[in-house]
Write a new protein. Structure first.
Length: 318
């Protein structure tokens, strides 16, 4: 096998784990593994955690390309990790350069949402589309933009921070410091907070959710909302309906700005919102001026928990 046909090593670095996988040219993950990430010690300890994960999956003949997705902010052009909040071990750390020096192969790096967007475009739900907007909705909201099979990075490499688009300037302060970002209003923690507020306002409607947490309303999370919704709970449906409405307003801005020909949603909260996709599409024309808004496909991502591995491979697939 030559370097164009052999598997690519995709690396997904998070705050607690490093996942690695061998990915073939068609986007299939052939094998994978994970190791703990050392995020709160020295820069070298963090690097050693990454190389330990890579070494655990190296095939006998070695590899020819490594693609890494990591939390931002980072510079995809230089491969420098700048100052990600959940990786305090690295500040202006030349991760791509250090990995390339150790394994003597080309290394590319990008943030996790950008990389996942490219994987979905190359091999996943957005295959065949040219103007792709991808969002991963979980603990936070990350986004990636792909135009003509290439990630749109913007002038400085900082484009695509769609999770920090404000839709309510009177809203709560986001972790980024702005008010009313879609992330602080509609990501997993916001869903849990919205549920807790509704339970506190009217406990008589909350029997199912309170039963899931043994009466401790303060411990309700988005996962409990999901479980209650799947069991037919009207209050859980109301919480998710409110969330879907906020997502619709946000996507209206995205459609007017980018005019994508597909929208792909992934992440841990995506499956929870999947039953609301039709209502989001139906309501979308009320929140944007684009006359073709209702025709834009809204699709579930192909890659679930493995999006980072596939994304790492996608950024160096050519």
């Amino acid at each position: 096998m030559n370097s164009q046909t052999e598997p690519i090593l995709g690396v997904d670095i998070g705050g607690t784990k490093v996942a690695v996988g061998l990915v073939d040219r068609d986007g299939r993950i052939l094998s994978q593994g994970r190791k703990p990430m050392i995020a709160n010690e020295s820069a070298e300890a963090g690097l050693n955690a990454v190389t330990a994960a890579i070494d655990s999956l190296l095939p006998p003949g070695g590899i020819h390309r490594i693609g890494i997705c990591a939390p931002g902010p980072l510079d995809p052009r230089t491969g420098i990790v700048l100052n990600p909040p959940n990786l305090p071990c690295w500040r202006n750390f030349p991760l791509a350069e250090r990995i390339a020096a150790k394994y003597r192969v080309p290394v590319k790096i990008d943030n996790d949402a950008n990389a996942a967007a490219l994987a979905e475009t190359r091999w996943g739900a957005a295959r065949g589309y040219r103007y792709v907007f991808y969002a991963t909705v979980g603990t936070g909201i990350g986004t990636g933009i792909v135009f003509g099979s290439s990630i749109y990075h913007g002038h400085t490499g900082s484009a695509g921070e769609g999770g920090h688009v404000t839709i309510d300037y009177h809203g709560p302060v986001c972790h980024c410091g702005k008010r009313g970002c879609i992330e602080i209003l509609a990501a997993g923690p916001a869903i849990g907070a919205r549920a807790r507020a509704k339970v506190a306002a009217d406990p008589s409607r909350a029997a199912m959710m309170l039963g899931l947490v043994k009466g401790n309303a303060a411990s309700i999370t988005s996962q409990h909302v999901r479980e209650a919704f799947e069991s037919g709970d009207p209050l859980a449906r109301e919480v998710l309906d409110d969330t879907a409405h906020l997502i619709t307003i946000w996507l209206g801005n995205i459609v007017d700005l980018l005019d994508p020909d597909v929208i792909v949603i992934g992440g841990g909260v995506a499956a929870m919102l999947r039953p609301f996709f039709d209502s989001i599409k139906g309501e979308l024309p009320e929140w944007c001026v684009n006359p073709h808004a209702s025709k834009i496909p809204l699709l579930m991502a192909h890659y679930g928990a493995d999006a980072g591995i596939a994304g790492g491979a996608a950024i160096c697939a050519e």
